[in-house]
Structure formats: structure tokens, C-alpha cells
Write a new protein. Structure first.
Length: 122
């Protein structure tokens, strides 16, 4: 009788689980943000359009012309926003169950709303 070779599934480390948890949280946060921005986009004279490409959200403004890029950065477990010539790096806050800008304590959606308002006033 031959010995059967058993193939076991790879053992994932804690870091790998953290990555999966990050991806799930980031996907959820970006999907909620996208829905929020699309609802705002449909408002009269919103002045911007929302585009999604490969998990990256782009907010494109007509006047004055500008583009915000909102993207998950898995290696550092952050959501990055490039807007108003600045980079905003949001960390996951387990207590708040949200991505938060450490400098101000703002959550993702209120931060993006503030940046959109600033762009509209530019």
C-alpha cells in the first residue's frame, strides 16, 4: 500500500490575515464612499463626476479642473487621497471602525466632503 501524500492548504500568518482584513475594510469603505459621492454627483450643479477603475476612485471636477484620487495602499494598510496638491493618509481606527486621518481625526467620508467643498470654492 502506498503512502498517500496529503496536500495541506498554506498556513496564513497573522500579517496575511491583517492584509485580508484591511482589503475587506478598505473595499467596504470605498464602496460606501462611492455610493455617497454618486448621490452627491446627481445633485444639481455638483460640478464633479465619480469614476472607479480597479478599486481606485477618481473624483473629476469640471471647473476649476482638478482630479482627486482615492486609493487603498495595502502594504502600509492605509487609504490615500491625493487632493488639493496634498496627500492625505488615513489609518484604520478599530475603535471607530473607520478609516481616519490621524492629524484631524476626520473619517473618510466627512474628509472627502470637506475636500470637495474646498475644491468647489477654489
Amino acid at each position: 500500500m502506498r503512502n498517500k501524500v496529503r496536500h495541506q492548504a498554506p498556513c496564513y500568518t497573522g500579517a496575511m490575515q491583517d492584509e485580508l482584513e484591511f482589503r475587506r475594510a478598505a473595499d467596504r469603505a470605498l464602496e460606501e464612499l462611492k455610493k455617497h459621492l454618486i448621490a452627491r454627483e446627481e445633485e444639481e450643479e455638483a460640478g464633479f463626476e465619480v469614476e472607479e477603475q480597479n478599486g481606485v476612485l477618481n473624483v473629476v471636477f469640471e471647473e476649476p479642473p482638478a482630479k482627486f484620487v482615492i486609493t487603498p495602499n495595502t502594504p502600509v494598510r492605509q487609504i490615500w487621497i491625493s487632493a488639493l496638491s496634498t496627500s492625505f493618509k488615513l489609518d484604520w481606527d478599530g475603535k471607530a471602525q473607520a478609516f481616519v486621518l490621524p492629524k484631524t481625526g476626520e473619517k473618510l467620508q466627512p474628509l472627502v466632503d470637506r475636500l470637495v467643498a474646498q475644491q468647489a470654492q477654489a
